[in-house]
Design a protein around this ligand. Structure first.
Ligand code: ADP
Length: 165
């Protein structure tokens, strides 16, 4: 039984994340998408909102579940009894950080392996940050995030704009 964790901020989940989920859940027995509750990062969406969007987007995929976490990834992996951590690699700029993370995690928990999936070409430019910028200026989000996420982004931008007035 191979259980994997795909951790990230998912603020919010994009088609790039979904592509990694869709490709990786087929090669493991169970995929846990771990949503990092890192308050220092000042996310746009609360961890509960990010979990809910991921649940909506992955609802049809068997053997995928969504779990929030905080603290060390290796501790979360141990709690979940996971053997593998999955990460997506976009460009060379991702590589240095991901290499450092995976090597550190390997030192902390030698029995947990990190597996990298390279991004599909059509999503290699895509990040949650870009999506939030497009949403802030009212741009068309349909190529970047699932419809349910686009709706939540619009709502959030509207609420934030009202707060600023
Ligand atoms: P983090 O804050 O941990 O980097 P993200 O939500 O930004 O969290 O990303 C989670 C994971 O998904 C990371 O491994 C990241 O490299 C990967 N990822 C993000 N966007 C894409 C994309 N467009 N294509 C492939 N992988 C991606």
């Amino acid at each position: 039984m191979l259980r994997a964790i795909y951790p990230g901020s998912f603020d919010p989940v994009t088609y790039g994340h979904y592509d990694i989920i869709r490709r990786s859940y087929k090669i493991v027995d169970e995929l846990i998408v771990g949503v990092l509750n890192n308050k220092a990062k000042m996310p746009l969406f609360s961890v509960e909102e990010r979990v809910k969007m991921l649940e909506e987007v992955t609802g049809k995929l068997p053997n995928v579940r969504i779990e929030p976490f905080d603290g060390l990834l290796v501790d979360f992996a141990s709690r979940m009894e996971a053997d593998v951590v999955i990460r997506g690699l976009r460009a060379i700029t991702d590589f240095e950080y991901e290499l450092q993370m995976s090597q550190t995690n390997h030192k902390l928990a030698p029995n947990v392996e990190t597996m990298f999936l390279t991004t599909s070409i059509e999503y290699s430019y895509l990040s949650s940050t870009t999506v939030k910028e497009i949403a802030a200026f009212g741009g068309d989000l349909s190529q970047f995030v699932p419809e349910a996420v686009a709706v939540e982004l619009k709502k959030k931008m509207h609420t934030n704009a009202k707060r600023r007035v």
